[in-house]
Design a protein around this ligand. Sequence first.
Ligand SMILES: CC(C)(COP(=O)(O)OP(=O)(O)OC[C@H]1O[C@@H](n2cnc3c(N)ncnc32)[C@H](O)[C@@H]1OP(=O)(O)O)[C@@H](O)C(=O)NCCC(=O)NCCS
Length: 149
Amino acid sequence: MTTVRQYESQDEKAFRSIALENYIEQMKESQAVTAETPAVQAYLEHIIGIQAGGKGLVLVAEQENKLVGFGCLQLEGEYAFMSDLYVTPGKRGQGAGTLLTEKFEERARSMGASRIALRVDADNAGSRNFYIKKQYQEKFVVMSKALGG
Ligand SMILES: CC(C)(COP(=O)(O)OP(=O)(O)OC[C@H]1O[C@@H](n2cnc3c(N)ncnc32)[C@H](O)[C@@H]1OP(=O)(O)O)[C@@H](O)C(=O)NCCC(=O)NCCS
């Protein structure tokens, strides 16, 4: 069974490990990166800092006392922004992503937000499909360009 609860400081070791997995998958890293790689360290500190700095909250999904997923939520005006939603590959398709999203929607409402939003890579067809199934609609377009050295 999957359960979702707020991140606690004793989760830190397991959390860093699953957040590193997410970083590697999202960045499509070709080189070997570890928790000591500076960019990874910055990412991990950023994620942990969201809740520690009072800027928002981090929820974790667990199965049999093992972390299988997580995500973050931050309030900006009427919007609650969800970010970094991640379920470990072997545990996908079992409802953990759905449970995390439902809990974020509940928490967003109780924080006073009237809308919930997130940013997703245009080429991340799987996740876009996941959110569309949950009645999320495309509302903004973020434009991006690679800046050569
Ligand atoms: C997106 C993600 C969090 C979904 O988590 P999950 O636990 O697998 O999702 P669920 O099991 O709750 O799936 C819910 C529904 O979405 C669908 N779905 C989930 N991932 C999908 C995918 N990659 N492609 C197509 N459909 C998908 C499921 O089939 C399911 O449909 P159903 O309700 O009709 O059965 C997970 O795939 C993930 O971690 N992806 C990599 C990280 C990522 O891209 N995160 C989003 C950043 S914005």
